[in-house]
Design a protein around this ligand. Structure first.
Ligand code: PLP
Length: 419
């Protein structure tokens, strides 16, 4: 079960870990792409991972390393790898562990980019997939019984806002010794997948973690590999056994570095990692405030929106996910809520009347953002896929920011009243 979040604990942890006590207080940016070695022996040691010094920026950078250490601590993980974007983090994990002939189980609603990665790109490389809704445990268990290698789901469906029973899915994956990766982008601090028994937690740090829409980035956080009986030692993961046996508890990192980062190069850059750390200092403050504001805005809109426009958020009793919100997401499920305007034309009219809210494709920003779904991210998705992902013609996705929640609600209300 996910333990309640102690925001003050994270306020202290994050500012104290991002800043240094001696010398430069802010993190240092090391932009160098290459690093000189003391001598040939040291070069050999670095390449053999026996000497812990930078090798070449495609496989690691001291600024990224600092960010990775902080996020690993924040998520209760053993280690992390910062990537060029959230999609980079998901692609890194998939390409490190899956090969042609493998199958990926995807549970629940998905961000459009992840859906395309799985359904188009990984499929082109011979990795098949099966999708199911969050509570289709019959499908989940039957698929796990086939001996698949990986399960992927979002802690909160974006933009469907479906809430999975995270603990139950993780427990099933552990029962069948199957890797489970959770996209925790919407719920940093609120959901801590690794503490719940997941193997990998990934984030688009572009979103809540950074908060400023100033740095594109991603990060994957890993648990430690167990000395005995680790699921990675199951015969289905035979192709990584050599690395697991050599690297022990830290094996997830070299598996991803050797089998994805080194060859595909989805590496984070130092300046982006610096900006993400600056964002992390205030993450806990922002998450606590924004999650309260989402509830306030949802309640005000639910009460005051005119007929023909409705609001969806799991904190509302009208939501099909309300019971799970109360039991599993009591401190919030991230910055998103959605509006249903009925048609694309009405959604466009509402969006174009907004004064405070910014129209853009990002989420988890300090500012409130909104976007019509079927004409943008989901424009080339067929009707059946859109239905599965909970995306329909009149849908506007809203990501609540730090502004006064009453001012945010008033902006949507004046726009809706002018329809
Ligand atoms: N996962 C989720 C839930 C997202 O909302 C996004 C958004 O873009 C991504 C992954 C991809 O992240 P990025 O844009 O940093 O590649």
């Amino acid at each position: 079960m996910n333990n309640p979040t102690d925001f003050d604990y994270f306020n202290t942890l994050l500012v104290q870990n991002v800043g240094s006590r001696v010398g430069a207080i802010a993190p240092t940016i090391t932009p160098s792409a290459a690093y000189g070695y003391e001598n040939a022996e040291e070069a050999e040691g670095i390449f053999a991972a026996q000497v812990n010094k930078p090798l070449y920026a495609r496989v690691g950078n001291p600024t990224n390393a600092k960010l990775e250490a902080i996020v690993a601590k924040m998520e209760g993980g053993f280690g992390a790898i910062a990537t060029s974007s959230g999609m980079g983090a998901i692609s890194m994990v998939c390409s490190a562990f899956l090969s042609a002939g493998d199958e990926l189980l995807c549970i629940g609603g998905f961000f459009g980019g992840t859906y395309s990665l799985v359904n188009e790109t990984l499929a082109r490389f011979g990795i098949s997939n099966t999708f199911c809704t969050v509570d289709d445990f019959e499908h989940i268990e039957a698929t796990l019984q086939r001996g698949i290698k990986m399960v992927l789901f979002e802690s909160v469906g974006n933009p469907s806002l479906t809430l999975p029973d995270i603990q139950r899915i993780i427990d099933l994956c552990n029962k069948y010794e199957t890797l489970v990766m959770i996209d925790n982008t919407a719920t940093p601090l609120l959901v801590r997948p690794l503490e719940m028994g997941a193997d990998i937690s990934v984030h688009s740090s572009t979103k809540n973690m950074s908060g400023h829409s100033a740095a594109l980035g991603g990060i994957a956080v890993f648990r430690a590999v167990k000395e005995e009986g680790d699921k990675l030692l199951n015969p289905k993961y035979a192709d990584v056994h050599k690395i697991v046996k050599k690297m022990g508890e830290k094996a997830f990192i070299p598996i991803c570095k050797k089998r994805a980062i080194r060859d595909f190069g989805m590496t984070a850059n130092a300046f982006g990692s610096f900006m993400t750390m600056i964002g992390l200092e205030t993450l806990s403050l922002r998450v606590e405030r924004i999650n309260k504001s989402v509830e306030t805005v949802a309640a005000l809109l639910d009460e005051k929106l005119p007929d023909g426009v409705s609001v969806n958020h799991p904190s509302l009793v009208s939501s099909p996910d309300h019971a799970r919100y109360k039991s599993d997401f009591a401190q919030g499920c991230g910055p998103l809520l959605t509006l249903d305007c009925g048609t694309k034309e009405r959604a466009f009219t509402l969006l174009n009347k907004l004064n405070l809210v910014i129209q853009t494709a990002n989420i988890g920003d300090n500012r409130t953002l909104a976007l019509h779904m079927t004409s943008t991210i989901y424009s080339d998705f067929d009707e059946e896929t859109r239905k599965f992902l909970g995306v329909h013609e009149g849908l506007i996705r809203v990501s609540i920011g730090l502004e006064d929640p009453k001012a945010i609600a008033e902006d949507f209300l004046q726009a809706a009243n002018a329809l």
